[in-house]
Design a protein around this ligand. Structure first.
Ligand SMILES: N[C@H](CCC[C@H](N)C(=O)O)C(=O)O
Length: 277
């Protein structure tokens, strides 16, 4: 069969977006891995599917698959592209779109300037909120990585994040430490590893080594996770500008049980068709 798709990105974090409302296809993990390959396939960080909702109160079901084929709970940059896609494809005319994900409900709002604001729900810190081997909730958890002792914030945005503060993101050992944190045994479902440099109380720089995809040019949930950890550690004040390699996001969070909101761009690159064998 020929599968129609749209290539999109949020600050250089790139996606293959597939409408499974008007198309029918089942994508196996090895097919996703092949399609994700930047030489033998289409090439993307994540594949996003648009599906009819299971919950009638929702507009769509939003599913996310990493380049390694694994399905995950949330993708922030993808959520903004999702909102742009369903309107461009005339699957909805709404500007406020409710979607269900494996990590919980999200509300996507398309702004007048075409940026998208995503209500990402409440950041959840306790170890019980995410697969993490820890006795109690703490601001910072010690991770031992190859005899190095790292102090990381651990937070769920639906998907799991470990956030390490660094002096300079450009010098941060992302290639060396990213994979080791991602696969650390205290995270039985692995983890996204953020490297956060505090520029001021309302500005950070961030690089993220993503679970299942490696370092990306931007990570939406990673930006949310880093800001949530920074605010909780009284290092940051909302709203915070997050400078990622692919561009900037604005993150607002009042703390506690308040919902966190992320605002940023979503771009279409091209439409395509691919033969699924
Ligand atoms: N790698 C992530 C999923 C994609 C998140 C990222 N692309 C974003 O924009 O939030 C995970 O395994 O939880």
């Amino acid at each position: 069969m020929l599968l129609h798709f749209t290539k999109m990105h949020g600050l250089g974090n790139d996606f293959m977006v597939v409408d499974l409302v008007t198309q029918r296809a089942r994508l196996r993990d090895e097919q996703i891995r092949h399609l994700a390959d930047r030489h033998f396939g289409i090439g993307f960080d994540q594949l996003l599917t648009v599906e009819p909702p299971l919950n009638p109160d929702m507009d769509f079901r939003y599913r996310i698959f990493n380049a390694d084929g694994g399905e995950v709970e949330n993708c922030g940059n993808g959520a903004r592209c999702f909102a742009r896609f369903v309107r461009d494809q005339r699957l909805t005319h709404k500007r406020e779109i409710r979607v269900e994900t494996a990590g919980g409900p999200l509300t996507l709002v398309v702004e007048d300037d075409d940026r998208v604001t995503v209500d990402m729900g409440t950041p959840r810190f306790a170890p019980s909120a995410l697969p993490f081997d820890a006795a109690e909730d703490r601001m910072l958890h010690e991770l031992v990585v190859n005899d190095e002792r790292l102090e990381v914030g651990v937070v769920s945005m639906g998907n799991p994040h470990a956030v390490l503060r660094v002096d300079d993101v450009q010098q941060a050992p992302v290639e060396r430490l990213g994979p080791l944190i991602e696969a650390h045994p205290r995270f039985p479902q692995r983890v996204n590893a953020g490297f956060m440099q505090i520029v001021s109380r309302q500005e950070i720089r961030l690089r993220v080594f993503e679970r299942g995809s490696g370092e990306t040019l931007a990570c939406g949930t990673g930006a949310c996770a880093a800001v949530a950890c920074g605010i909780r550690q009284d290092l940051l004040d909302s709203p915070v500008t997050v400078h990622l390699r692919g561009g900037d996001l604005t993150i607002a969070w009042a703390g506690g049980d308040a919902n966190l909101k992320m605002t940023g761009p979503a771009e279409r690159v091209f439409d395509g068709r691919v033969a699924l064998n």
